[in-house]
Design a protein around this ligand. Structure first.
Ligand code: ASP
Length: 441
């Protein structure tokens, strides 16, 4: 049996925590392959090494060489090596890395060095081989991961190695440059290694004991989610439940490998298990979890006989394509349609240009823009089986005195998304939580 374990930034934050990792690995011999993040924050107000490295990149861009920010990165790694009491040539490695950063002149290369250094130190500490993600994680010319090649290379690299440490977060492009995944992307690296290694489980070790039914900053001590399907995970993590990167699921899903979220600081806690939808039993649970995000813009388009105008939606979407703007949802009625878009994508005049172009292209009767919309996703396989779930949901929101600006039920029937004003976001999440998980639910 093989378990692949990914350890996040807090688990890697200092030498003391890295010792905890060694203990966790020693506890179970099946935990053979390890993927690590760069050291994260040690305490509130501290810096993540990856953020410091983006500062390093700004220094290199401006002055051509590394400066103060790199000294901070160096201090973090020297501290770790000291705390671990290791014989490791950290000064030399830091010096080499500084020169490489100045030579490569790339933001991604610079940012990736946190994982590179962390994995080298961890491998030396555990006395197991280090596998550089650059040699095994490959992107194709279109910038997407070349999965087949990557799986084959990872498999090849692991062959004959009973244990190994792989650096997370980055890989190499077709023209030999380092490219990182998006932030938090070591979760994806871990999933890739789990898939390539044919792991029986992908353990993702973090600083919380799994998923909670909603954001603990909004509801005090929400209930934990013991198990979750891949589909539910995708919905919840896409909508802001940020325990796991929302794309980490794809490599393991192809091979039906379950994911287990575990807490490095409370390894005895069960955590959350994420299972293939076919193997997942939700029992009589109606809602599995609630997640949400603020700051969306809704462009509302109205035109009489829209339903009969062939190609109307096509033409609206072609305007989005032209402006390279992606949308989240398009709830529509007979003569109306709304485009729900992340407001960040519409800054710097993009919204105005987009609206003008839509007006010109489809000549609507009217068009209105609503800013500051928050979306709340209520997710659960149980919803489709339980009559009256949406009535309970809307009733709870109405009782909280919140006006719903938009409703969208995903075609998979495992989620209902409601749009409310940003200022009503927290109140709505609380009301929904109380309805489905509260004492009287
Ligand atoms: N270190 C990277 C970040 O901070 C990647 C990761 O931790 O997964 O985003």
């Amino acid at each position: 049996m093989i378990k692949v374990c990914k350890f996040g930034g807090t688990s890697m934050a200092d030498g003391i925590n890295m010792r905890r990792i060694a203990d966790i690995l020693a506890d179970d011999p099946a935990r053979r392959y390890v993927v690590v993040s760069a050291p994260g924050k040690r305490y509130g107000g501290d810096f993540k090494v990856t953020d410091l490295l983006y500062d390093v990149w700004r220094e290199v861009e401006e002055y051509g060489f590394v400066g103060e920010a790199y000294a901070k990165v160096g201090a973090r790694f020297s501290g770790i090596v000291r705390e671990l009491g290791m014989e490791f040539p950290i000064d030399e490695v830091l010096e080499e890395t500084a020169r490489a950063i100045e030579r490569e002149k790339s933001a991604d290369f610079t940012a990736s060095r946190g994982e590179y250094l962390a994995a080298r130190v961890m491998a030396a500490f555990l006395d197991v081989p280090f596998i550089d993600a650059r040699d095994v994680m490959k992107f194709s010319a279109d910038g997407r991961l070349d999965s087949e090649r990557t799986y084959a290379l990872v498999r090849e690299a692991l062959k004959g190695k009973p244990r190994a440490v792989v650096s997370g977060f980055y890989g190499e492009t077709a023209d030999g440059k380092i490219k990182t995944f998006s932030r938090g992307g070591s979760d994806i690296s871990g999933a890739i290694v789990a898939r390539a290694a044919g792991a029986s489980v992908y353990e993702n070790w973090t600083d919380v004991s799994g998923f909670l039914a909603c954001d603990p900053h909004i509801v005090a001590s929400p209930v934990g989610i013991r198990s979750l399907s891949y589909k539910e995970l995708r919905e919840l993590s896409y909508m802001g439940a940020n325990v796991l990167h929302s794309e980490a699921i794809f490599p393991v899903r192809e091979a039906d490998i379950p994911i287990r979220i575990k807490n490095t600081f409370r390894p005895q806690d069960e955590g959350t298990e994420i299972l293939p939808t076919s193997k997942y039993r939700y029992g009589d649970r109606v809602v599995t979890g609630i997640a949400g995000k603020k700051n969306f813009t809704v462009i509302f388009i109205e035109k009489s006989l829209m339903n009969a105008e062939i190609g109307f939606t096509y033409r609206v979407l072609s305007v989005l394509l032209k402006h390279s703007v992606s949308f989240e949802h398009i709830p529509s009625g007979i003569d109306t349609m709304s485009l729900v878009i992340d407001s960040d994508l519409l800054s710097h005049g993009v919204l105005e240009e987009l609206c003008e172009d839509i007006r010109r292209t489809v000549r609507p009767d009217s068009m209105r823009v609503f800013n500051n919309i928050a979306l709340i996703a209520v997710v659960g396989h149980g919803m489709s089986k339980n009559v009256g779930t949406s009535a309970r949901l809307f009733d709870a929101i109405a009782r909280a005195g919140v006006n719903i600006r938009m409703i969208d039920q995903g075609s998979s029937e495992i989620n209902i998304i409601v749009g409310v004003e940003n200022e009503n976001y927290e109140r709505t999440v609380r009301a929904v939580y109380e309805e489905f998980f509260g004492a009287h639910s």
